[in-house]
Design a protein around this ligand. Structure first.
Ligand code: GTP
Ligand code: MG
Length: 281
C-alpha cells in the first residue's frame, strides 16, 4: 500500500565540529588546509594574519560533518589574536617542518599555550590531535626523522602523519583519519577512545629516548648536572637501564638509546665518554 508519509531518513544527525591549526610560522599550516580543501599548492609564502576561517563539509560513514577550520597564525606577533580561538575545539592539527628542528621542539610550547588559554576548560582527552611532519618532499634538508616525530606524537596518544602540501603526500589520509577520529570521539560521548591513546610505552620513556638522541654530552645523556657525583651518575644510569631495557620498553629507538647509555659505562673508548667514566674511578 502506498502512503504519503514522509520518507524515513536513515542518516544520523549531522555533526558540527571546530578544528584549529597550530605550529610555528611558515611550517605549512595554511598550505596543508588549502591542499585538502582547494586541491592546490601556493609556493609563495603568504603569512596568515591572525586567523583564517573556513568551512567544509565531509562525510564520515553515514554522517555529514560540518567542519569549521580556524587556521592560526604561527608568528608570536599574533598571540593576542589567536588566543581567543582555542576554546571549544574538537580537533587540533599540530604542524612542524621536518627541515627545521626548532619547529619540532616548539610543539610542546604550542600545547602549553593552548592549555593556558583554555584555562579550566583544558580537557585534552576530549580533543583529537594530529601531528603533521610537513615538507617531507624536501628530503635533502630533513633533520627530524620519522622515528623521532612518531615517538613524540604517539607517546602522547596523538596521531602522526608525514605530509607534503606541495606534492599532496599524506594529506587526504591525514584528514580522513582526523575527521574519522573526531566522529568516533563525538559518538563516544566526547572522550577520545581509549585504544587510540594506548601505544605500549609511556611519555617518560619517549621523552627520555628523545633526550638521549639529542644529548650534547654524556651528562646530558644521563640527565644529570655537569660534575654530578659518582653516586648521582650511578643512580641516573640505574634509572635509565630500568626505563629503557629492551624487555620492558617497546618504544621505537629504545634499543639504540639503551646501547648509547651502556657505552658510557665501559664499552666505548670515545674521549668524552672516557672522561666521564674515568672521573669517577
Ligand atoms: P603562518 O601563517 O605564518 O603561521 O605560516 P604557515 O604555517 O601557514 O605556512 P604556509 O602554509 O603559509 O607555508 C609557508 C611556506 O612553506 C610557503 O612558502 C609554502 O609554499 C611552503 N610550504 C608549505 N608546505 C610545504 C610543503 O609541504 N613542501 C614545500 N616544499 N613547501 C611547503
Ligand atoms: Mg598560515
Amino acid at each position: 500500500m502506498e502512503t504519503n508519509a514522509p520518507k524515513r531518513r536513515d542518516n544520523k544527525k549531522s555533526l558540527r565540529v571546530k578544528v584549529i591549526s597550530l605550529g610555528n610560522a611558515e611550517v605549512g599550516k595554511s598550505c596543508i588546509i588549502k591542499r585538502y580543501c582547494e586541491k592546490r599548492f601556493v609556493p609563495k609564502y603568504l603569512a596568515t594574519i591572525g586567523i583564517d576561517y573556513g568551512v567544509t563539509k565531509v562525510q564520515v560513514r553515514d554522517r555529514e560533518i560540518k567542519v569549521n577550520i580556524f587556521d592560526m597564525a604561527g608568528h608570536p606577533f599574533f598571540y593576542e589574536v589567536r588566543n581567543e580561538f582555542y576554546k571549544d575545539s574538537q580537533g587540533v592539527l599540530l604542524v612542524y617542518d621536518v627541515g627545521l628542528r626548532e619547529s619540532f621542539d616548539a610543539l610542546d610550547s604550542w600545547l602549553g599555550e593552548m592549555k593556558q588559554e583554555m584555562g579550566s576548560q583544558a580537557n585534552m582527552d576530549s580533543i583529537v590531535f594530529i601531528v603533521c611532519a610537513n615538507k617531507v618532499d624536501l628530503t635533502k634538508r630533513r633533520v627530524v626523522d620519522e622515528g623521532e616525530g612518531r615517538l613524540w606524537a604517539e607517546s602522547r596518544g596523538f596521531h602522526y602523519f608525514e605530509t607534503s602540501a606541495q606534492s599532496g603526500e599524506g594529506i587526504n589520509e591525514m584528514f580522513q583519519a582526523f575527521f574519522s577520529s573526531i566522529t568516533d570521539m563525538c559518538e563516544n560521548g566526547g572522550k577520545r577512545p581509549v585504544s587510540e591513546v594506548s601505544v605500549g610505552f609511556t611519555k617518560e620513556q619517549a621523552d627520555t629516548i628523545r633526550r638521549i638522541r639529542n644529548s650534547k654530552d654524556s651528562w646530558d645523556m644521563l640527565g644529570v648536572k655537569p660534575g654530578a657525583t659518582r653516586e648521582e651518575v650511578n643512580k641516573a644510569y640505574r634509572k635509565l637501564a630500568v626505563l629503557l631495557h629492551p624487555d620492558k620498553c617497546v618504544a621505537p629507538g629504545s634499543e639504540d638509546a639503551f646501547k648509547a647509555v651502556g657505552f658510557l659505562f665501559g664499552i666505548n673508548t670515545h674521549s668524552d665518554i672516557c672522561w666521564l667514566t674515568s672521573l669517577h674511578k
